[in-house]
Write a protein that binds this ligand. Sequence first.
Ligand SMILES: [Zn+2]
Length: 473
Amino acid sequence: MKSNSTLLILSCFFLCSIGAFSQDISSTVTGGEYKFNENNTQCLTDEQRKEVLNDIRSNISLLRSQNRLIHNETQKRAPTILLSWPVKMKDGAPYNEVWAISNYVDQNPEYPNKVLDYNCGTRTYDTKAGYNHMGVDIYTWPFSWKMMDNDEAEIVAAAPGQIIDIGRNQSDRSCVSNSNLWNAVYIQHADGSVALYGHMKKGSPTSKNVGDTVERGEYLGIVGSSGNSTGPHLHFEVYSEIKWNGVGQDVLIDPYAGECNSMNNDSWWEEQKPYVNPNINAVLTHSAPPVFPDCPGQENTFEKNVFEPGERVHLAVYLRDQLAGSKINLKVLRPNGTLYTNWDFDLTSSYRSSYWYWIIDMPSLSGEWTWRATYQGQVVDHKFTVGTLSVKDTEFDAISIHPNPFNDVVYIQSNSFVKKASVVDILGKTMMIKTNGAETIKEINLKSLSKGLYFLRLEGVNKEQKTIKLIKE
Ligand SMILES: [Zn+2]
């Protein structure tokens, strides 16, 4: 009896106090699945592939005759030619990640509708005409057209090698099946294997030429929708051998190792990513729900980061591989870092990409607020401002730290006076507080922290604040 009434009083205290300054945001949810390439367009027609491979053969022959070919034919596939991830977010783009996967290689030579990926699943496709998907389709998410128009999703070399062909000037806003050729860069690695990077944005391929070499991670182009394509994506196709003299068969591989990969046994990835790979691709604030117009229109994203007190904000998250039966935790934090509201959202379906947004009418408390999503152990913050930042606040906001990730000492670079520094872990537990009295804080020693993610909160003399995500290695 006693404990029940205590609970009642406590829960009333808790709920009433929440109710006094909070809104029921969780029930305003809207969103759902975003579907890419529903019609499964063949990325490269059979004739086009033939043409591409023949061009590659003649370029290899030419480079060979000029003694410029890097591939030494006595060297068979070296296990050192491992692939790193070929898509990279442009530095400074406002997302957390920019890609998702629509299709793997089809391992089942039968057709139509006889599909099998390396993991014995069906994330691949074939066509009535007998095409079995020969590459990995990596599409951009969210806002793929905006990303293409702003060069926000880069294609980079998965391994060092030599450019053996390149195409630059095809139109790049394909939405449906067509016979246009794509823009692409083709690289041969030292062991003779060849990677095709297709569907690039018009004019975006590297200014390097056939015969030039590229480093691992070097810029090759921008993810686009040139050629036979229904939207911006990279088609990444790999051969262990290309028969430069036309004798014998070219050998296609599937870079993923898995039970149902009957093409090759070992993974070609330096670090093979999980088959299903849930991720928060973006956490953003908007003045209105984003609009996804018909292809190939650029999305109207209504992104906004500075709001008036009382203004309505659309809080959004964009997920890759959302898992049925999982939960995402959402939080809104006040400028001083305390919790304003917090809720869980149940994800009832599995989607390759999805978006969800909630509506909040901002309280009049000015300053830099935080919109935080936590999913499958990943924490992503988005900062937005209510009211106008004073000059002092803006200066304080320019504070930077280095190194990050760090091992022991973190240095604070600032023109403002830093009065207090505190570090909290992802559960909100304070791990360290430092104040320096009359001197600004220039460094903090965090040697004693264990590996993981933390938040460093810095405070100035006029209550200016800044929170920075820290990673201890
Ligand atoms: Zn493809």
